[in-house]
Design a protein around this ligand. Structure first.
Ligand code: ADP
Ligand code: TYD
Length: 196
């Protein structure tokens, strides 16, 4: 089973993924968690290029690097894990590319990004996608605790396009389960468990 978590930076994905992994393992499931971009040696190297705030990167390079990191992770880790009956939880998947590089950067056609997303994920489609909906204000308050990476430096207008983009993506796919990310950690975790 393939599950991904989506939402803007600071919405609480990592927190919920950690709790869900614990819960599923307590119920006898084998679970692997990967963050995107990352999860393999090549993908972690690509991650450091993508997030380095010193890099001035073209939108097309950014799109292709996120996709390259994904292709590596899917082929090297996700497909073998799924073939072995492991539940794979992803901290972001191609919905992030559609939301950030597509709607956020708003220079490339969304349909072309979707074609690339399909290629980079070898046609895999998650069974469930949890979207943690949260306001930009609350997310940025939560993010204050750590240094900004290159994507986070893009600013408020970028984030508001990403948020609007996610709302459009959600409407198009029935695999999305929308959660109120402003709720306490435990209530969100409880709701997530009802879907598994
Ligand atoms: P993400 O992985 O989406 O960037 P994190 O899970 O790392 O988000 O959470 C960002 C920060 O917000 C962390 O300090 C975390 O402890 C805190 N946090 C996460 N979920 C909640 C919540 N529901 N209520 C309050 N704080 C939260
Ligand atoms: P990370 O710290 O892993 O995310 P988060 O802050 O959500 O915990 O940083 C990943 C950054 O990369 C985040 O700002 C979202 C962005 N991103 C894209 O722009 N496109 C993508 O396809 C992916 C997977 C991530």
């Amino acid at each position: 089973m393939l599950i991904n978590f989506e939402g803007i930076d600071g919405c609480g994905k990592s927190t919920q993924i950690h709790l869900l992994k614990q819960y599923l393992e307590e119920h006898g499931r084998q679970v692997q968690v990967y963050r995107e971009p990352g999860g393999t040696s090549i993908a972690e190297k690509i991650r450091s290029i993508l997030l380095d705030s010193k890099n001035n990167m073209s939108v097309v390079s950014e799109l292709l690097l996120f996709s390259a990191a994904r292709a590596q992770l899917v082929q090297e880790k996700i497909i073998p894990a799924l073939n072995n009956g492991v539940t794979v939880i992803l901290d972001r998947f191609y919905d992030s590319t559609t939301a950030y590089q597509g709607y956020g950067r708003s220079v490339l056609p969304i349909n072309e990004i979707c074609v690339l997303n399909k290629m980079a994920s070898y046609g895999l489609v998650p069974e469930i996608t949890f979207y943690l909906r949260i306001s930009q204000k609350l997310a940025s308050e939560r993010r204050l605790k750590h240094a900004q990476d290159r994507i986070e430096m893009a600013g408020n207008e970028f984030y508001s396009r990403v948020l609007d983009g996610y709302e459009k993506i959600i409407k198009e796919h029935s695999r999305f389960i929308v959660l109120d990310g402003a709720q306490p950690i435990e209530s969100i975790a409880k709701e997530i468990r009802t879907h598994l």
